[in-house]
Design a protein around this ligand. Structure first.
Ligand SMILES: C[S@@+](CC[C@H](N)C(=O)[O-])C[C@H]1O[C@@H](n2cnc3c(N)ncnc32)[C@H](O)[C@@H]1O
Length: 173
């Protein structure tokens, strides 16, 4: 995992997301990783839950007092219509979108928001496409509140440069 995923500062997406939250909102983060954004949401006074596939990250988040469960995005251990907001950053491209998007919309409350950031394409140092994902089929029939693509370059040492095209979107149930 890249070092920037271990940042102790809330991401710019977490800072933006709080504009959409109201104090009594239930928030679920899918794939919280280091837990920095989840802890930030909790410290802002929201009711937060998190799931991550990694046992190591779950143990670490529990040690920070966060209410987290080891589970997968494809099978969320919650009842339908539970969350006002679901946040997931840099995770969904690892999942089976057929299942994870269905699960997100199952556990979101009516009018709840899915705040998502995911990789659409990765190019290697030689400009060769090494990963590509078409999310459009999954966005069909969804109410799209915001949708923006952006480029992020990961450079870890001179021989390991990756250029990612990411999608940031907010969907409403
Ligand atoms: C690249 S890290 C991103 C972590 C954090 N969201 C961030 O942006 O810093 C991806 C995270 O997703 C988790 N993950 C990968 N596949 C998953 C799945 N199918 N269900 C739940 N979590 C998953 C990994 O364990 C890891 O914590």
């Amino acid at each position: 995992m890249n070092a920037h995923y271990l940042s102790e500062k809330p991401s710019k997406f977490a800072l933006d997301l709080i504009n959409y939250l109201k104090t009594n909102n239930n928030l679920l983060e899918i794939g919280f990783g280091n837990g920095t954004d989840l802890l930030f949401f909790e410290n802002q006074g929201f009711n937060v839950k998190g799931i991550d596939l990694s046992e190591e990250f779950v143990i670490k988040a529990k040690s920070k007092g966060l209410g987290v469960i080891q589970s997968s995005a494809e099978s969320l251990p919650y009842l339908e219509n539970t969350f006002d907001i679901i946040y997931s950053k840099n995770v969904l491209h690892f999942t089976d979108l057929n299942k994870s998007i269905k699960e997100i919309f199952r556990v979101l409350k009516p009018n709840g928001l899915a705040y998502l950031v995911l990789i659409l394409q990765t190019k290697s140092k030689n400009n060769k496409i090494i990963f590509e994902l078409d999310v459009e089929p999954y966005l069909k029939n969804k109410k799209v509140i915001k949708k923006k693509e952006f480029i992020k370059i990961d450079e870890e040492g001179t021989n390991n440069k990756h250029t990612h095209k990411l999608l940031f979107c907010i969907l409403e149930k």
